[in-house]
Design a protein around this ligand. Structure first.
Ligand code: GLA
Length: 434
């Protein structure tokens, strides 16, 4: 009886307040930071490979560099631990503990260190009995683990879905951890993999997921290869009608880490990953070695024009508008009537190919009729001046490369259009004096 009464109240509340249940106010723009997994994986051999193993030193060094080398200034804020940080047993009070030899100072000290640099610390756990790499999972301990993370001063939780047991445990586990994080009173950004683990069974309910998570992985792990990056881009385009509308301030689709600056992507492919992650309003979580990254990759990742598009306050995710002759055309609406568009050359044989683009064929072009200022951002910055409905851009794009542009209203025109729009709005208001 009591249980039925409680669920009735919960149901009524849910109907009255169909709001973001994860009440942390975080991720108003996509998260930016560094996450160890793709580059450092589960390297726990600190005896033979102390420089690259998962230890407190690795995160301290990344934090130092993020401050010294302009990453923090560019917007990269979270230093994130992935799997393999844990000891194999909980402590005598069932609390999680880090591996004592690799994290001798403990996570609280590490969080203090990262905070002293003006950065934030992310950590990793799993909804099931074990993490993907076989360390103790959170199942049965959601409240205790959330409290432990809050006590330590953790700022982000990546919550994986390996070894979840039943679908009910998976779904309820993700929801319970969200509630548990909320209950700590500390604002902890909640990064989920819930839909990725649901897809093999049924189509996830994204409206539901958005209420509990700040971002969510939909597709398999990124690898350091163009094939992997392409698969993620294609999956996103194929499912865009389902996943694009749910993205926005507070909740984002997460296509996984940026692997720029590693070994597997050519220069053009690095440009393409950055361009697409920016268009897709994706969290920008780099997984690379900031201690030895080459200057070109660093420049690409710190490009302020690209970061401004990714972090645009309107928070609308971009989408693919078409595929012509192995060119994919994408666009993303931005604030103040601006937008970005990108053309990716999918052909991986031959040399650079030409793509004549009639601007009037872009769906967003109508927002800046009759004229707009077009700026090329990638592969290099170039002001293309004012263009009109009849303009055609002659693009030359390298195999697996991307060109990316922003389109901005002319200043004078912008003011005039805003005025027109306000007048229309006023006319539509029933009590207006107009
Ligand atoms: C899963 C996740 C990865 C990473 C590993 C760690 O595969 O999708 O991002 O966290 O687990 O084991």
């Amino acid at each position: 009886m009591v249980k039925t009464g409680v669920s009735l109240v919960v149901t009524i509340c849910a109907l009255i307040y169909p709001v973001h249940l994860l009440d942390n106010g975080l991720a108003q723009t996509p998260t930016m930071g560094w996450l160890h997994w793709e580059r450092f994986m589960c390297n726990v051999d600190c005896v033979n490979d102390p420089h690259n193993c998962i230890s407190e030193q690795l995160y301290m060094q990344m934090a130092d560099i993020m401050v010294q080398e302009g990453w923090k200034e560019a917007g990269y804020e979270y230093v994130c631990i992935d799997d393999c940080w844990l000891a194999h047993e909980r402590d005598s009070q069932d609390r999680l503990q880090p591996d004592p030899t690799r994290f001798p100072s403990g996570i609280k000290k590490l969080a203090d260190y990262v905070h002293s640099k003006g950065l934030k610390l992310g950590i990793y756990q799993d909804v099931g009995n074990l993490t993907c790499a076989g360390y103790p999972g959170s199942h049965g301990y959601y409240d205790l683990d959330a409290e432990t993370f809050a006590d330590w001063g953790v700022d982000l939780l990546k919550f994986d879905g390996c070894n979840f047991g039943t679908l009910d445990i998976l779904v309820e586990g993700y929801k319970n951890m969200s509630r548990a994080l909320n209950a700590t009173g500390r604002n902890i950004l909640y990064s989920c993999e819930w839909p990725l683990y649901l897809w093999p069974f049924h189509q996830p309910n994204y409206t539901d997921i958005r209420q509990y998570c700040n971002h969510w992985r939909n597709y398999g792990d990124v690898y350091d290869s163009w094939q992997s990056v392409k698969n993620i881009i294609d999956w996103t385009a194929i499912h865009q009608n389902l996943i694009v509308p749910v993205a926005g301030p507070g909740g984002w689709n997460d296509p996984d880490m940026l692997v720029i600056g590693n070994f597997g992507l050519s220069w053009d492919q690095q440009v393409s990953q950055m361009a697409m992650w920016v268009i897709m309003a994706a969290p920008l979580l780099m997984s690379n070695d900031l201690r030895s990254i080459d200057p070109k990759s660093k420049m690409l990742l710190q490009n302020k024009h690209l970061i401004a598009i990714n972090q645009d306050p309107l928070g609308r995710q971009g989408y693919r508008i078409g595929r012509v002759n192995s060119f994919d055309v994408w666009e993303r609406p931005l604030s103040d009537g601006r937008y970005a568009f990108a053309v990716l050359n999918r052909q991986e044989i031959g040399g650079p190919r030409q793509f004549p683009l009639l601007l009037a064929t872009l769906p967003s072009w109508k927002t800046c009729h009759p004229e707009c200022r077009v700026t090329q951002i990638l592969p290099s910055y170039q002001d293309l001046g004012v263009q009109n409905l009849n303009s055609a851009l002659k693009l030359t794009i390298n195999p697996s490369g991307t060109v990316l542009f922003t389109v901005t209203l002319n200043k004078g025109l912008a003011a005039e259009q805003k005025w027109n729009w306000n007048m229309t709005k006023k006319r539509k208001t029933p009590n207006s004096v107009f």
